[in-house]
Ligand binder design. Structure first.
Ligand SMILES: Cc1cc2nc3c(=O)[nH]c(=O)nc-3n(C[C@H](O)[C@H](O)[C@H](O)COP(=O)(O)OP(=O)(O)OC[C@H]3O[C@@H](n4cnc5c(N)ncnc54)[C@H](O)[C@@H]3O)c2cc1C
Length: 258
């Protein structure tokens, strides 16, 4: 296994309601003022709070999404740099992330009409975008993603751009796939190089950090998970890997491969 520096985010601070909350269905928690707040207004408030000396506001940008029906917001603002292979580092990041969620709440409460905003929930654990990858027969490269590479042993398609989060507090690096096409993910990137009956799936398949930042997304993770299962079943029967049989079985089961 090859460790790599992961960048993770704790999700999510929610901004909500202004004092009218009762434990009733979401629709009755609508608040006109909160419905009209824009993402820019929240980010401006973060900037202003930072300038005013509120601590812990390292990121001035992030994903902010207003949820339908209620006046709740989901905010991906707090991110941490840590080593997910080191439990002490992981724990420190989780503690820091939870503390900083309260700093962002303080910034949000400075927006007129949001004085009584509160955190409705945060993620149960810190979310890690990237950590270990398996050492497989082929390491998927960033160029494969960007050039829409084709492989004879394709078992899944990737369609997400390179979305690399380089460090905490910085925006992500986006690099699109050529002509907005797909790229092939080869079976060789799933099969462990020295343990032939071990197949990786999701974000653990073999890829460099940039390729990893594309294949980790959920749709692609479902596809490689499907392929890993079919390949493992094939290996159990034959004690070797028959690529064509794995591909045929995947197609039979409805997988999208060329
Ligand atoms: C902040 C953040 C935002 C993201 N946003 C998006 C997004 O908008 N869209 C998107 O598509 N993707 C997004 N992702 C990426 C995506 O969520 C993950 O990369 C993806 O879920 C990884 O899937 P996986 O199957 O590889 O791993 P996981 O979903 O982590 O699944 C691994 C599973 O294995 C279990 N497990 C671990 N150890 C053991 C063990 N020893 N025994 C048994 N079970 C075990 C875990 O409990 C877990 O359920 C985001 C990730 C982060 C961190």
């Amino acid at each position: 296994m090859r460790p790599s520096l992961p960048i993770g985010s704790i999700c999510s601070v929610r901004k909500s309601r202004s004092g009218k909350y009762r434990d009733t269905p979401n629709a009755s928690r609508r608040n006109e003022r909160l419905d009209k707040i824009s993402r820019e207004e929240v980010l401006e408030a973060v900037k202003a709070a930072r300038a005013a000396g509120v601590q812990g506001l390292t990121a001035e940008t992030g994903t902010l999404v207003k949820l339908p029906i209620s006046s709740d917001w989901v905010a991906y603002l707090v991110d941490e740099e840590y080593d997910a292979t080191d439990i002490a580092s992981l724990t420190a990041a989780e503690i820091s992330g939870r503390e900083r969620a309260w700093c962002y709440l303080e910034a949000i409460r400075r927006i007129a009409g949001c004085e009584k905003a509160f955190i409705a929930s945060t993620g149960p654990v810190i979310g890690t975008r990237e950590s270990r990858h398996i050492n497989a027969h082929y390491q998927l490269k960033q160029e494969d993603v960007l050039n829409g590479a084709k492989f004879d042993d394709v078992i899944a398609l990737g369609a997400w751009a390179v979305e690399y989060h380089a460090r905490a507090g910085a925006g992500s690096i986006w690099r699109s796939i050529k002509d907005n096409q797909t790229f092939d993910i080869p079976l060789r990137s799933l099969q462990c190089v020295d343990t032939p009956n071990l197949f990786a799936a999701g974000r653990t398949i073999d890829g460099d950090q940039y390729a990893g930042s594309s294949v980790r997304v959920m749709g692609t993770a479902f596809a490689t998970g499907h392929a890993a299962g079919v390949a493992a079943a094939n290996f159990c029967r034959t004690k070797s890997i028959d690529t064509r049989a794995v591909q045929n079985e995947l197609v039979k089961q409805g997988a999208l491969i060329p």
